[in-house]
Design a protein around this ligand. Sequence first.
Ligand SMILES: C[S@@+](CC[C@H](N)C(=O)[O-])C[C@H]1O[C@@H](n2cnc3c(N)ncnc32)[C@H](O)[C@@H]1O
Length: 429
Amino acid sequence: MDRQFVDITDVRQLWDMPLLNAPADPEWDTYASKEPRMHRIHPYPAKFPAFLAERGISYARSAGVRVKMVGDIFCGCGTVAHEARRLGLGFWGCDINPVATLIARTKSADLCPLEFRSMLDRIMRLARRAKGDIQLAPSARERLNRWFRPEQFADLAKVLNAIRHVVPEPSPLQDAYLCTFSAILKPCSQWQQRAIKPTLDNAKLPPEVFATFLKHALTVAQAIEEAGDLSHSPAAVVELGNALSVGLPKRRVDLLVSSPPYVTSYEYADLHQLSSLFLGYADDHRQLRDGSIGSTQHDFRLAKGIRDLNRTATRTVFSLYEQDKRAARSVANYFIDMQAIANRAMRIVRPGGIAMFVIGNTQYRGVDVDNASHLTESLLSARFKTVRVTKRTISNKAATPYRTPTGKFSRTQTSNHIYSHEYVLMAHR
Ligand SMILES: C[S@@+](CC[C@H](N)C(=O)[O-])C[C@H]1O[C@@H](n2cnc3c(N)ncnc32)[C@H](O)[C@@H]1O
C-alpha cells in the first residue's frame, strides 16, 4: 500500500474499513497554475477542476501505464476532453445530454481564432436586422416564455438566426458559436443568478443581449487563441449517448477519467432546459431525463433490480426505505446503473489500463449514501484487480457545507449536509 492510497482488492475490506479512513492527499486538492480559459467558456454544474485530469494522467504514467488514449464516459462540458487534446492525447467520451456534448465538442476542437473572429463581425452586423423569432414547438415556446422577457427572447432569436445564417453547419465553428450563445441564455433570462435549481426571478433585470453576446464571444475568441494549434493531437471523439449503451470506442482507452452524476443532486436535463429548447434539442426538456443516471424522475425498477443490488447498495436502500420509499427507489435505480457502469468501464479500458473516478458521498433524507464504497465494490465485482483510494478536499464546499432547500450552498445547518471531501478511485484493470 502506498502512503497516500488505501488499496482495496477484496470487497470484504469495505466492511472492515470504510473508505472514510482513506488517507487524504493534499496533492489532489489544488493546483498552482491557472486553468486554461477554455474551461470557462460555458458554465456547467458539477464541472470538475481541470487539473484532476492531468493528475490522473501522471498517476497512470507513474504506475507504468503508457497513456495515449484517454476516455470519459460522463464527459459533461468536456473538461477531460480539452485536457487530453491540450496534452497531445487521443480522447473518446460521451454524455447523454446534448448541451454537454455541444460544449465538449467545442472545447476539444481545433479552432482557428482568425476564422472565429472574422465570423463574429458578420454575425453582429446581421443580428441587428435578423428575424426576431425562431420555429419552436408550442410546448417549448410556452416554457421559454416563462423564462424570457419578450424583448430578450426576440434579440436572442436574432442572434441565433444570424449564427445559423453566417456559420456553415454542421461545423466545429458553428458548435463554438452555438456554445457561446448557449452560455448567455441564463444571464439573459429571468433565471435566478447562481441558483443551482431552476428558479424564476421576475425582479431580475437581464442585460442587453447583443452586448452580452459580443462580450462573451470575445472571451471565447481569447480562449481559442490561448489553446493554440491543437492539430498535433488526434481529433477528439465526443458521442451523444447513454454511457450504458453507446457504441464502444474503436480503440480501448488507456485511462478513463470520469466524475459520475450523483442521485438527487442535479437534474441535468432541467438545468440545461433553456439551451435544449432554444437550440431545438428537445420540444420538452423532460424528454432528456430519460436514461440520465441519478435522475429521480425514472420509474421504479426495484422489483427486478433488488436482487442485483450489491452489498453496499442493499444496506443503504434498506435504511432509506424506512424513511422514504420513493427516495429509496431513486437511490436503488442509481446504484443499479452505477454497477452497470463499472462493467462498462471494464470493457472501455484496455487490459493493464486504469479507470479513475472522482466521486463524493451524499446524504438523502438524513441517510448517508456512500457512493464511493458502492462504486469501489462495483468495480471489484466487475473484475478490476485493485481499487486504490485517496481522499481530496473540495475547498469551496468545506466553507459552506450545507445546502438550502432550493439547493444553494450555505453555512447554516439545514437538513442537507454535503461533504467536504470526495474520493479519487483508481481502478487498475
Ligand atoms: C458530474 S457530471 C460530469 C462533469 C464533467 N466531469 C465535467 O467536468 O464537465 C456528470 C455527467 O453525467 C452525465 N450523465 C448522466 N447520465 C448519463 C448517462 N446515462 N450516460 C452518459 N452521461 C450521463 C450528465 O449529463 C453530466 O454531464
